[in-house]
Design a protein around this ligand. Sequence first.
Ligand SMILES: Cc1cc2nc3c(=O)[nH]c(=O)nc-3n(C[C@H](O)[C@H](O)[C@H](O)COP(=O)(O)OP(=O)(O)OC[C@H]3O[C@@H](n4cnc5c(N)ncnc54)[C@H](O)[C@@H]3O)c2cc1C
Length: 382
Amino acid sequence: MDFELTEEQKMVQEMARRFAETEIRPVAAELDRTHKHPEEICNKLGELKFMGIAVPEEYGGGGMDNVSYVVTLIEISKACASTGVIMSVNNSLYCFPVMAYGSHEQKEKYLYPVASGEKIGCYGLTEANAGSDPASMRTSAEEVSNGWVINGTKRFITSGNVASYCVLAAVTDKNKGYRGISSFVVNLKEIKGFSVGKVEDKMGIKASGTAEMIFDNAHVPKDALLGAAGGGFKQMLTTLDGGRIGIAAQAIGIGRAVLEEAVEYTKTREQFGKPIASFQAIQWKLADMVTQMDAAELLTLKAADLEDRHKPFERAAAMAKMFASDAAMNAAVEGVQILGGYGYCQEYPMERHMRDAKICQIYEGTNEIMRLVIANNLLKGK
Ligand SMILES: Cc1cc2nc3c(=O)[nH]c(=O)nc-3n(C[C@H](O)[C@H](O)[C@H](O)COP(=O)(O)OP(=O)(O)OC[C@H]3O[C@@H](n4cnc5c(N)ncnc54)[C@H](O)[C@@H]3O)c2cc1C
């Protein structure tokens, strides 16, 4: 067992750290305030090959491994959690399924522009009445002579308001339950009958758009079907396993930012004539935070390493996502407490970290669903 990153992984981590510190962190508060999609930053992330890190270079990606994806995403999310989730969805929820289930022609057409960062990708699974239970989705795709006609509304879709491409789940045979769900990959800019609906006003990750996507007799070409008809649900489960590693990394980034800023503050803030770092009550909070964040990072790197070695990683990914998001949320709550009244005000980024951390416990499967996944795996001896 080797706990050291390879030279290549260290290099990409350092590159991400430098970029995040100089180009993202300085504008993160402004992005949060204006709710503006960080377009320029995403373009630069594309140039750095961070928008399709694990996609082979021939399809526009970085040709790196999932451990590199994790260490990079931690650095980006540490500077700005909104940018982190845009990058995570682009990599895990769009590029991965097109890479894994698309034909060579589909990859050239639909993967290259997104993996290279020229365009943004999104993933449309959730609907108003189908969240934790996606098998109850209503969006339908009917086969016609020259393609498919999609009808339905997706809800809460990250980057749904800015994306050019989307991997979308729809029912192709309503008599077959979850076996009647299929995946499609579509160029949203070319579809008549597609429109963006409500863009949510959220608690946190405010610079990441979360939108309704409306398909009203939207005609898509034959080559939009990803993999076999009826295989969509299984594809979705595997895609979300990888996505959860990304959300764990996003949570770790937020937790690391909290920790760094809390440590700094405790050394400079004085009460009763000494730095608050000298109080044991504060030290215990810091000790708990760093222990939980280190444990979260180990779980997440383990899940990414299993994926890189093509070993089963469903349980490891769910554990990483659940533990890292709970750890980040705990750290953020304590971070605000450590900064006292200043932690509650926007003068410091701490209140933003607390708002940003919360979503990691909810999306890509709530932490209640993560516990179900973990327990199911455990009981089946996996
Ligand atoms: C900011 C944001 C971005 C998102 N991005 C995307 C995206 O890009 N693509 C996409 O498809 N979706 C996206 N989502 C949707 C997200 O994945 C869902 O919100 C999430 O899976 C929960 O679904 P729900 O909101 O319908 O909650 P519900 O499923 O209604 O759950 C409500 C509560 O009940 C609990 N619960 C439900 N079922 C069970 C059970 N069996 N056992 C125990 N507890 C249960 C849940 O844990 C939760 O606490 C996003 C959501 C948000 C808020």
